[in-house]
Write a new protein. Structure first.
Length: 67
């Protein structure tokens, strides 16, 4: 009985390239960072909302005083 050497071709495994490994590493890093990015958005939301409200109020006061 003849045996063959185990290679990527005989096992039908994908050949890993540098681009594939880097893409996978980037996806893992983004997955790990996602909760912290979400927390930053949640913490910044009240400040951004207050600033937007103040901007609209100042704009309305300027228009009211100009008339």
């Amino acid at each position: 009985m003849r045996t063959t050497a185990l290679t990527y071709e005989t096992l039908a495994l994908p050949a890993y390239t540098v681009a594939n490994v880097l893409r996978c590493a980037r996806n893992v890093a983004l997955f790990a960072a996602a909760p912290f990015i979400g927390l930053a958005y949640a913490l910044a939301f009240p400040f951004v909302g207050a600033a937007a409200l103040a901007w609209v109020a100042v704009k309305a006061l300027r228009e009211r005083n100009a008339a």
